[in-house]
Structure formats: structure tokens, C-alpha cells
Ligand binder design. Structure first.
Ligand SMILES: Nc1nc2c(ncn2[C@@H]2O[C@H](COP(=O)(O)OP(=O)(O)O)[C@@H](O)[C@H]2O)c(=O)[nH]1
Ligand SMILES: Nc1ncnc2c1ncn2[C@@H]1O[C@H](COP(=O)(O)OP(=O)(O)O)[C@@H](O)[C@H]1O
Length: 223
């Protein structure tokens, strides 16, 4: 679907709730740019940039990186795409980040994937990632065509160092303490849409239908 005006969305949910998987379906169906805070951080860690080296320890321990670092990083990327519609994945993750975003952009909608923690723990230990693109696979759910290789580039897949059971527990704690309050922030602004379930394939049709309705109503208002 081609958009008539700039549309800005955020996708939220605990680690492993399917944000990356749903985001790639959204960007395939709608013309939105996908910005993933985790992919940006991992690219910095891999390239051993100063920022990457400083942040690696927090990421490996399942802790959030400092708000000011994260907000500056994402806002500077967003500034470079002022004329584009976008989908933010993994940011904001704290109330302070949500306020920093709000000071600069009006968010049209926030999609929250509400998936039980028990479901997530099993998924993350079998997640395989293609780092350069952020594409994710899962041994049971969406295995690559050739084991261990990315479908598009044929490059090797790796397991994230923070997808160990101990670090996943830490990340879920950080989510409960720091990110859940952001949902309330967006609920009070009237932009929060919650999608609950345990399977992405069942959640996705609802997200897709919601976005079609939302974008149609925006188009009507513009016309
Ligand atoms: N078993 C199963 N795995 C899924 C499902 N949806 C996504 N996954 C996998 O779960 C892992 C986490 O999904 P991802 O999109 O990376 O979640 P994110 O951390 O919220 O971005 C990945 O390995 C996905 O391939 C699902 O419905 N069932
Ligand atoms: N907005 C953010 N604020 C602080 N830290 C972040 C943010 N986004 C990502 N990170 C860091 O990167 C790690 C991986 O994030 P991400 O790839 O979004 O994974 P997931 O959603 O699976 O937890 C987080 O555990 C955290 O250390």
C-alpha cells in the first residue's frame, strides 16, 4: 500500500515477542522504513565502534543501554529520514526515551505484541540471526532453507550472545521494570493497540487488518 502522508509507528513487546518478525511482514506489505534499535546497536558492536565497545557489556548482561546514548542514536537516524514513514522497533524502551521521541515526532500508533513470558523463553534459545540485515529465523517456526545460512544472501547465521537463558531472564526483568510503564504512557495518549497471543501467524492477520484500517482512515482525512 502506498502512503499519502508520513506515518509513524512504534512496535513494542517483550524480547522475543516477535517484533522483528512482524516488522519484516509490515515493511513488506506497507511502505514503511524499519528502524531496529537492537540491530543498530549490534552493528556498532560488530564494527567495534567506540559506542559499540562501550555498550557491549550492558547488552551482554541483558541490561538497557543508557537513555541519553540511545535517544541520541535513534533521533539522529530519524532526522536522516524526515520525509519517510517509519516503524520503530525496540525504541522507546523507557519513559524517558518515549518523552525524547515525543519532543521530536508525533507517533500515530503503537503496536504492542502481548506474548506470555513462558512462550518467549523457548523461542529465544532457538533464534538464529543474520546480523547484517537483522533477519531472524527459528529452528521450529521459520527455519532457513539451508541450515545455518541466510535465505537471501547465503551468509552464515549466528546466535546472539544475549539469547542465553540467564540473559533472557535479565532482559525480561528489564522489560517489566522499565518498558512496561511506557505502554501506560501510550495508552494515556490514546495510540496503544494491543495484540495478544502465542503465535505470530495468528497475531499477524490482526496487525495487518488494523494497519490497513488505520492507513485508510488517514488517507480519508488527507483527501
Ligand atoms: N515457535 C515460534 N517462534 C516464533 C514465532 N514468532 C516468532 N518466532 C521466533 O521467535 C524468535 C523471536 O522473534 P523476533 O521476531 O526476533 O522477536 P523480537 O525479539 O521481539 O524482535 C525468532 O527466532 C523468531 O523466528 C511463533 O509464532 N512461534
Ligand atoms: N531502546 C533501547 N534502550 C536501551 N537499550 C536498548 C534499546 N534497544 C536495544 N537495547 C539493548 O539491546 C539489547 C537487544 O535489544 P533487541 O535487539 O531490541 O532485542 P529484544 O527485543 O530481543 O530484547 C537489549 O537487551 C538492550 O541491551
Amino acid at each position: 500500500m502506498v502512503l499519502q502522508r508520513i506515518f509513524r509507528a512504534v512496535i513494542m513487546g517483550p524480547p522475543g515477542s516477535g517484533k522483528g518478525t512482524v516488522s519484516s511482514r509490515i515493511t513488506k506489505t506497507f511502505s514503511l522504513k524499519h528502524i531496529s534499535s537492537g540491530d543498530i546497536l549490534r552493528a556498532n558492536v560488530n564494527a567495534k565502534t567506540e559506542l559499540g565497545l562501550l555498550m557491549k557489556c550492558s547488552i551482554d548482561q541483558g541490561q538497557l543501554v543508557p537513555d541519553d546514548v540511545m535517544s541520541r542514536l535513534i533521533l539522529s537516524d530519524l532526522r536522516a529520514m524526515d520525509q519517510s514513514s517509519w516503524l520503530l522497533d525496540g525504541f522507546p524502551r523507557t519513559a524517558s526515551q518515549a518523552e525524547a521521541l515525543d519532543d521530536n515526532y508525533r507517533v500515530d500508533t503503537v503496536i504492542n505484541l502481548n506474548v506470555p513470558f513462558q512462550t518467549i523463553k523457548q523461542r529465544l534459545t532457538s533464534r538464529w540471526t543474520h546480523f547484517p540485515s537483522g533477519r531472524v529465523y527459528n529452528i521450529e517456526f521459520n527455519p532457513p532453507k539451508v541450515a545455518g545460512l541466510d535465505d537471501v544472501t547465503g551468509e552464515p547465521l549466528v546466535q546472539r550472545e544475549d539469547d542465553t537463558p540467564e540473559t533472557v531472564t535479565q532482559r525480561l526483568k528489564a522489560y517489566e521494570n522499565q518498558t512496561e510503564p511506557v505502554l501506560e504512557y501510550y495508552r494515556s495518549k490514546g495510540v496503544l493497540e494491543i495484540f495478544s497471543g502465542t503465535e505470530t501467524n495468528k497475531i499477524w492477520p490482526h496487525v495487518e487488518a488494523f494497519l490497513h484500517r488505520k492507513l485508510f482512515s488517514i488517507k480519508q482525512k488527507v483527501a
